[in-house]
Design a protein around this ligand. Structure first.
Ligand code: ADE
Length: 237
């Protein structure tokens, strides 16, 4: 898989793609991630990437030309119909479709080349969305100062689902949301820490019992914290 990030703050990403699972996935060729400065695609001599909004109002709007030029360069076309299969051009905005684990799975399974466009200022000229974008996505009902943290969230959640990204001893199967439920609690040594003990069932080596306990704890946690997940996925009310 290839992930390209378009941003006016490329340095924002310097460290984040260089740790842990993402670092390993990049090193082993599971994913290639490149960050591009939108300003390098600016067309005028002042390298302008934003301008005042038509119709007036506060703030600045990101200009369409540099983003079109960047997509032309990265994808080879700005015609949505001509995009290769597995191409996803993602615009990160609070107006977008809510990002959930099922979309991360969809991207990881079917996406081959993903471009993440990070907006700043008051927004991006809507023609970018109308013409270029395949997926307008929000990571939650709050407003960030820009799409950069959202791009990190999305790249991370996709990369860890790619085949072999987690290594052989770990799997995303039991992650929260992957079974329509939250994850169960986890414990490690010491079995007794300042008088706080680990549930007995985890210490007795009975794997059937442990599996049952984990399922019931995941269900209990989901009922308590996210009843909506059970309602939407399992028809429970
Ligand atoms: N940009 C600003 N807020 C955002 C959000 N909630 N999700 C994605 N991109 C954003």
């Amino acid at each position: 898989m290839k992930i390209d990030v378009l941003t006016i703050f490329p340095e924002f990403f310097d460290a984040v793609f260089d740790f842990g699972i993402i670092r390993r996935a990049r090193a082993s060729g599971i994913v290639e991630i490149n960050v591009h400065d939108i300003r390098e695609y600016a067309v005028d001599k002042h390298k302008m990437v934003d301008d005042r909004p038509f119709g007036g109002g506060d703030g600045m709007v990101m200009k369409p030309e540099p983003i079109f030029a960047a997509i032309e360069n990265l994808v080879g076309t700005t015609e949505r119909e001509a995009y290769p299969t597995g191409m996803r051009i993602v615009l990160l905005t609070p107006q977008g479709r809510p990002f959930k684990q099922d979309l991360a799975q969809e991207f990881a399974g079917n996406g081959k080349h993903i471009v993440l466009i990070c907006g700043r200022y008051e927004g991006i000229d809507e023609r970018v969305n109308e013409v270029l974008v395949t997926d307008e996505i929000s990571i939650g009902d709050y407003v960030l100062s820009g799409g950069e943290p959202a791009a990190i969230v999305i790249a991370d959640s996709i990369v860890r689902l790619l085949p072999n990204a987690l290594g052989s001893d770990t799997s995303a199967e039991n992650d929260s949301f992957s079974q329509g439920m939250l994850d169960c609690p986890h414990y490690t040594r010491p079995a007794d820490f300042k008088g706080f003990s680990v549930p007995e069932v985890l210490l007795n080596g009975n794997h059937a019992e442990i599996k049952k306990w984990r399922y019931s704890k995941a269900l209990e946690k989901t009922r308590l914290m996210r009843r909506d997940l059970l309602k939407t996925q399992n028809g429970e009310s």
